[in-house]
Design a protein around this ligand. Sequence first.
Ligand code: AMP
Ligand code: GLY
Length: 444
Amino acid sequence: MRIAVIGSGGREHAISWALAKCPEVEQVICIPGNGGTAEEEKCININPANCDYTETLIGNDAIVQVCAYEKVDFAVCGPEDPLAGGIADQLWKVGIPVVGPKSKGAQLEASKDLAKSFMQKYGVACAKSATFTDAKSAHEYVDEQGAPIVIKADGLAAGKGVVVALNIEDAHAAITEFMENGKLGEAGNKLVIEEYLSGVEISILAAVSVTEETAANGKATIVPFVTARDHKRLMDGAKGPNTGGMGAIAPVADVTEKQLDAFQKTILEPTLKGLIEEKMDYRGFIFFGIMLTKSGPKLLEYNVRLGDPETQAVLPLMDFDFAAMCQAIIDGSLKDFSFKWKKGFACAPVAVSGGYPASYKKGYKISMDKNVINGLGTKVFIAGGNVDENGILVTSGGRVLAASSVGETFEQAWENSYKALEAINFTDMFYRKDIGLPGAAESL
Ligand code: AMP
Ligand code: GLY
């Protein structure tokens, strides 16, 4: 099999690695990939911007052209932006199957308003909310409701569109910034204002196979993976600014069977019903962002992709063939696919460039003592790293890499990941020391 992976982050390195491990997979074409996939067995990086596809022109999308030229059996799309832009629709149109929803399904992440309407229509457990298209009504609503309260821009805003306002002034300021000052552009023209939920968060990634056919033959399904938890704050003890994620663990030991059961009944099942009733062709992944509240799990958001860095902790726990699972998502046999997870725990702390999430420098050499890292059994997933013109792996982003280890106990996994980080170095490297430890998870 030849498989394309669209995207260039740590999540895409982990997906490419998981696919490359499968015996049936001959080559993974990473579009464009990064410095991690460049060095991964069976993987090649192709940047569509550097290609000339005049002979095989199919449509006008460079990614589609690479997939067609490379004769891939299917593609896996990592990030949400291409999905919202309709990459899955385009690939299917030229006969290339893809793991990732068509643009209609991708709206569940691309529009918070649409996602909330969907949740409310199908009775998914979530926070009470209202949607506004004019600032005056939004300000009035906030005055009525009081603080704490949560202000969310409707559109995709690269993680900058949510303000958890602990006081009324911050809530008004967020409305002004998003709607009146246009800080997020179009994404802020519509706002969802939501009840504040307190608790601790988890992420549940899941495989989804919903089509007209599976809906008709009873095989439409959403299969949750092991639970995971991201750590969004920069500093130990969940302090400092929010980031794209400073590390993930899986599974999350403090989640109870009762909570998982409630998730299944009040979030997953109504979501499946909604996807079927809305006649979605949804073959891909859903990431449920969940708040574990005193009155049960509540859905904060849908993402139409795997989580980053959650994927880097979850995929090493797989005891099944990832390519075969992708194939089952595509051909509608996911409900019969045997998922098997390793018994242990995974810990994947992230090393970032000094200065992140504000400004930081790039281009520093990443040195790794591979003997030490391999000896620990740790897998390093590169996120912001590229191979430069001299063939050297250098930093190219804020989140640089994740050191992912699996252990029989969480402590073992934790220790190996942190020993591996000690064998890695780049100028101004920074990481949290407490990923997965007590007090590390933010509690709202
Ligand atoms: P979202 O993009 O909707 O997941 O929001 C981003 C983050 O804001 C979440 O991961 C939570 O930490 C926080 N958040 C979102 N909605 C709420 C809510 N209703 N109550 C408390 N915190 C929230
Ligand atoms: N880890 C959060 C996300 O992928 O959105």
